[in-house]
Design a protein around this ligand. Structure first.
Ligand code: 13P
Ligand code: SF4
Length: 308
């Protein structure tokens, strides 16, 4: 049954010139039909590279918006219109504009998990895999980092010479992991290194053996000589790694790290989106040229500073 749906998707995506971009948190059956799978930064680079007429994003809304900003000439669709990241909507553009007026000498750095409207009032974007490098490369030492204070704290600790101001925001899924969860996991698997996403709270990040993006965690585990790992990001990463590396063992840091929004997209959503891609029945990201140019500035800065 799953194979039948996948075969239909593979056939239709060729016929309709659709490039499927899937975030690494997506379900395995979606990952298997995707043209590219990766973390937020890699997805944004790939969105720019593809020559396909249509991009179908399997992930959350801000990722599809970013793909549209980087490929405005393409039709970009989100496989499930309800999939959105709660962190992306935590801060209002007006509030950030007010803060900028109060401290105009600070460069405002936005995590890519933000709406296009919020990006439009910020100076530079970062992803979890590029945040330290990009903030380091910013000439100005005075930074306002939004919205994730946990990722911001991680950047701050890595760049002690920068004056980084944080606001209270973040990922409710990763922030749910406690130090007690980590200690319990360590007690069960004392030889397994702990690999965590920087969206986890500082106490957890501080005890980890490796901190990195979703792709960073996966690459670390695949190339490591260790045979077992405790994975501190969405549980799909531990599941994918277990599938890809059957000779190693992957344990989840906490049963709570399930992102309900990332889980919304199903293989049938992917099929329906492709079937309806040219009749108005799929969820297309529509942005005006002005909206794109206002929000894209900080994504272009991210790519420029990230490639330095
Ligand atoms: P990555 O940049 O690691 O893909 O993270 C995106 C995200 O939403 C993690 O929760
Ligand atoms: Fe957003 Fe957190 Fe889900 Fe990532 S895991 S999409 S940051 S809510």
């Amino acid at each position: 049954m799953i194979r039948d749906v996948q075969d239909k998707i593979l056939k239709l995506k060729k016929e309709k010139d659709v490039f499927i971009l899937a975030h690494s948190y997506q379900a395995r059956e979606i990952i298997e039909v995707a043209d590219f799978v990766g973390d937020s930064f890699m997805l944004s680079l790939e969105a720019q590279k593809t020559t396909a007429k249509n991009i179908l994003l399997c992930g959350v809304h801000f990722m599809a918006e970013t793909a549209k900003m980087l490929s405005p000439e393409k039709h970009v669709f989100l496989a499930n219109p309800l999939a959105s990241c709660p962190m992306a909507e935590q801060m209002e553009p007006d509030m950030i504009s007010q803060l900028k007026k109060m401290e105009p000498d600070r460069t405002v750095v936005a995590y890519i998990n933000t709406t296009a409207a919020l990006k439009a009032v910020c100076d530079v974007c970062v992803t979890s895999s590029t945040a330290v490098k990009i903030v380091k490369n910013i000439e100005n030492d005075k930074i306002l980092f939004i919205p994730d204070c946990n990722l911001g704290d991680y950047v701050k600790k890595n760049l002690p010479n920068k004056d980084i101001k944080l606001l209270q925001g973040g990922c409710p899924v990763h922030a749910s992991v406690t130090l007690k969860d980590l200690e319990e996991a360590k007690a069960l698997h004392p030889n397994a290194p702990v690999l965590v996403h920087p969206e986890c709270i500082p106490a957890v990040v501080g005890r980890a053996d490796y901190v990195g993006s979703t792709s960073g965690i996966a690459n670390f585990a695949k190339s490591s000589d260790h045979k077992e790992f405790i994975i501190g990001t969405e549980i799909s990463i531990a599941e994918s790694l277990q599938y890809e590396c059957p000779d190693k063992s992957f344990y989840i840091l906490s049963k709570k790290i399930i992102c309900p929004n990332m889980k919304l997209t199903t293989l049938v959503d992917v099929l329906h989106s492709i079937e309806n891609i040219d009749n108005g029945g799929a969820f297309e990201i529509n942005m005006t040229d002005e909206e794109i140019s206002r929000s894209r500035r900080c994504i272009d800065e991210m790519i420029r500073l990230g490639n330095d």
